[in-house]
Design a protein around this ligand. Structure first.
Ligand code: CA
Ligand code: CA
Ligand code: CA
Ligand code: CA
Length: 340
């Protein structure tokens, strides 16, 4: 535009009387005033306040590069430089317009990314000339797949309770496999624990515990306790209860030896005291008892004494204990041990 305008001005300056050309120049420069004025003054329209009469000196502000020295280049400022229709300094913006004039509308607008884990999405920031927000994908349930499905920032954190026969736990991922970290049942061992978590301690472990049978001598009234069924039914004794309670066959932490003692009167009693509470004969260890209730599920073994015949009576039944005291003249002496 400026070149056309400049060329027209130069031509019109040499043909001052050619009104038609003067009009053509005016149209080319889009300047509406100055018809009838001298061309020198016409060329100055458009902001050039100099050169109002001498066309040779009418150089505009950009006249330094005017090869023909015709001046009038000041008119170029009418469509060049800054103005309301110029591109914004920031280049293309999202507005549906070709801001930078390169023939493409809203090109090179950045994409936007939002969301965490599997909810992360990347979307265009400009759609149809309008800036767009970013909406993360909806979270899902966490599963073992190496992804953060629930979008909480943690991969495969399956926050789900689970349990085994042995207790509570939470679901954990082992690769893509789901597992439960609750304690797993173990083979039962003789250790005062319910390893297989079936509710019974040391059940089914051979040689771990042995039964103590209970018998009664109907003539003397002595209650007798032994691990031998033969002995329990020997010598006038009548078996009252096979495997009346159980003792451990070997010592373990928390257990103590339980001794069978023999009195000068010919009766037996049972105690944790290796000195048999002063009675001279210790017949040996019957087995091992707990010193605290609950050890491996141990229960109290109550000890009673009948002074009229010297019988020591043992039972795990509180009701039987109380009945013996109430009805048979026994004295309750306390808990002798804890047994199974
Ligand atoms: Ca997660
Ligand atoms: Ca996952
Ligand atoms: Ca068990
Ligand atoms: Ca066990």
């Amino acid at each position: 535009m400026r070149a056309r305008c400049r060329a027209a001005a130069s031509r019109s300056a040499g043909l001052a009387s050619a009104g038609a050309l003067a009009l053509a120049w005016l149209g080319a420069c889009s300047i509406g005033s100055g018809v009838g004025e001298s061309f020198g003054s016409a060329a100055s329209v458009g902001g050039n306040t100099q050169g109002t009469s001498d066309e040779g000196s009418g150089g505009g502000t950009e006249g330094g590069d005017d090869p023909d020295g015709s001046g009038g280049s000041g008119s170029g400022s009418a469509s060049a430089g800054s103005g309301p229709d110029d591109p914004p300094p920031g280049g293309e913006v999202c507005n549906g317009l070709d801001d930078d004039g390169d023939g493409m509308i809203d090109e090179d607008q950045p994409s936007v990314t939002c969301g965490v884990g599997s909810c992360e999405v990347t979307e265009p920031s400009c759609v149809g000339g309008a800036p767009q927000g970013c909406t993360p994908a909806l979270p899902g349930g966490e599963v073992c797949n190496g992804l953060d499905d629930d979008c909480n920032g943690a991969v495969d954190d399956v926050q789900q309770a689970c349990s085994s026969a042995c207790g509570e736990g939470t679901v954990v991922c082992n690769g893509n496999e789901q597992a439960c970290d609750a304690p797993a049942p173990q083979p039962e061992a003789c250790n005062l624990a319910d390893d297989d978590c079936n509710g019974s301690v040391d059940d089914g472990v051979g040689g771990c515990r042995h039964g103590i049978h209970r018998s009664l001598h109907p003539v003397t009234g002595e209650h007798f306790y032994t691990a031998s069924l033969d002995e329990a039914q020997c010598c006038g004794f009548v078996l009252e209860s096979a495997n009346f309670f159980q003792l451990y066959s070997a010592s373990h932490a928390g257990l103590a030896a339980f001794y069978r003692c023999y009195t000068p009167g010919g009766f037996h009693f049972y105690t944790q005291d290796p000195g048999c509470e002063g009675v001279p004969v210790n017949e040996g260890v019957m087995g091992y008892v707990a010193t605290a209730e609950g050890t491996g599920g141990a229960v109290p073994l109550y000890r009673l004494y009948l002074g009229s015949n010297g019988d020591h009576f043992y039972t795990t039944s509180a009701a039987e204990r109380d009945a013996a005291v109430a009805s048979s003249g026994y004295v309750y002496e306390g808990v002798a041990a804890f047994v199974w």
